[in-house]
Design a protein around this ligand. Structure first.
Ligand SMILES: Cc1cc2nc3c(=O)[nH]c(=O)nc-3n(C[C@H](O)[C@H](O)[C@H](O)COP(=O)(O)OP(=O)(O)OC[C@H]3O[C@@H](n4cnc5c(N)ncnc54)[C@H](O)[C@@H]3O)c2cc1C
Length: 390
């Protein structure tokens, strides 16, 4: 009889991977030692991205939104492997790691998220900053501090991309640099927040207007230099002087994921069954931004933390059902609503047709996110800090 534990390997400790691991760790059959769970993650700290903007305005501190994996996984039966996957041999069930070793698995979870997509525009990669990691936030914070200390009358920031990332960032940066802020948003599309409900767009436009943020839509970038951003808008070529350019206009799968020997859509996202299993490899699951999960023929589950969080819960259950030899459940995405921060202390919370804006919405958003933070202990520490409890 084979007494080897069943090896479950999770690649990536973000919303998809970390939450899957935490759900699995709570199952009693796992505590019996029949399974060995390994989480492969190169970073020291998890990042709760929806609250990253609050670092810029000092509303939240690093420890609150980026707790260490060591702390989150303390006392849990999960082996943390601080390394980066550099490829997977799906046929031989092996993960190659950057530090040279490899891992053999019985079940694999792919949850490595995406990276920034750069497009070929002169000066873009050299001069624009991204906003996806705690490093990005702290780098931007330092750049904003230097700008504030420069004594200049106008502090000019261009945000490229009018999706949620661009709109939230523009409002927060504007508040941080107020009253000297001169912020613009540039986007190729015809409107801001393309896939969002009317009420959310309306609140965002109001926040933008209140801050005198100029929005240039249907505009294509031509060039970026250290002092200037050049773009086409309504057949005009605009040279706009800038101190900072922030790039929020796209993500893509990392190279080895895009080259995996499995079915992908035309943007390289991995196609999965509603059970979250890969089409040709039933022992491999994919969740989060790297996967294309269809709710119906026309409806694709969005690449958001909200969706990844829901997938993690189902994935943990499906792994358990697999080990019990039972049939797996289908993923059903439930859109609970949208929440955007629209400046310091303010937000829009839109859920099931009800829209709340302003500082009350800011507080509700903060509280909802605190309850979504990983582990009860961490949630409680952040909540205590908010309530000024010892
Ligand atoms: C600034 C910002 C704000 C956002 N706000 C919201 C919001 O308000 N609401 C919302 O729903 N969504 C939001 N999102 C989107 C959300 O963060 C993503 O949809 C979500 O994180 C996807 O989860 P994931 O598990 O696929 O990837 P991630 O959470 O990105 O996790 C991927 C993990 O994999 C690790 N990794 C990368 N490469 C490797 C490798 N080769 N080997 C091993 N590990 C690897 C990474 O270090 C990371 O920890 C925001 C994103 C950003 C950047």
């Amino acid at each position: 009889m084979n007494n080897e534990p069943i090896k479950i390997c999770i690649l990536g400790g973000g919303f998809g991977g970390l939450y899957t691991a935490l759900y699995l760790a709570d199952f009693s059959w796992l505590k019996s030692g029949k399974c060995q769970i390994t989480l492969v993650e190169p970073k020291n700290n998890f990042l709760f991205t929806p609250l990253l903007y609050e670092i810029l305005t000092g509303e939240l501190q690093r420890w609150e939104i980026a707790p260490s994996y060591q702390k989150l996984l303390a006392g849990k039966k999960i082996d943390l492997r601080q390394d980066k996957a550099k490829g997977v041999d799906l046929d031989n069930r092996q993960v190659q790691l950057e530090q040279g070793s490899s891992l053999v698995y019985d079940y694999l979870v792919l949850a490595v998220g995406q990276k920034t997509r750069w497009i070929d525009i002169p000066g873009l990669a050299a001069h624009a900053l991204t906003f996806r990691s705690i490093f990005d936030a702290e780098n931007l914070q330092e750049r904003l501090r230097l700008l504030e200390a420069s004594g200049r009358q106008k502090l000019r920031v261009a945000v490229v991309g009018a999706g949620p990332n661009g709109v939230e960032l523009a409002c927060k940066v504007s508040d941080r640099l107020s009253p000297r802020a001169e912020v613009i948003i540039i986007d190729r599309g015809a409107e801001i927040l393309r896939n969002f409900a009317k009420g959310v767009k309306k609140a965002a436009y109001q926040a933008i207007k209140n801050r005198n943020i100029q929005v240039y839509l249907e505009s294509g970038l031509k060039e970026i230099t250290q002092e200037q951003i050049t773009f086409f808008c309504n057949d005009n070529l605009i040279d706009y002087p800038v101190d900072l350019v922030l790039w929020t206009a796209g993500t893509e799968n990392i190279d080895w994921v895009a080259n995996l020997n499995c079915q992908q859509n035309n943007q390289g996202r991995i196609l999965v069954h509603p059970t979250l299993q890969l089409i040709d490899y039933r022992e491999v699951f994919a969740v989060g931004d790297i996967a294309e999960i269809r709710q119906s023929k026309t409806q694709i589950v969005p690449a958001t933390a909200q969706a990844a969080y829901q997938q993690a819960s189902l994935l943990a259950k499906n792994l358990k059902l697999t080990l019990q030899g039972k049939s797996l459940k289908h993923f059903r995405y439930l859109h609970l609503g949208d929440m955007l921060t629209l400046g310091k202390g303010v937000a829009i919370v839109s859920s099931f047709g009800i829209n709340l804006t302003g500082s009350l919405a800011g507080l509700i958003r903060r509280l909802i996110y605190i309850f979504r933070l990983p582990t009860f202990r961490h949630r409680w520490q952040v909540l205590k800090n908010l309530l000024h409890l010892k």
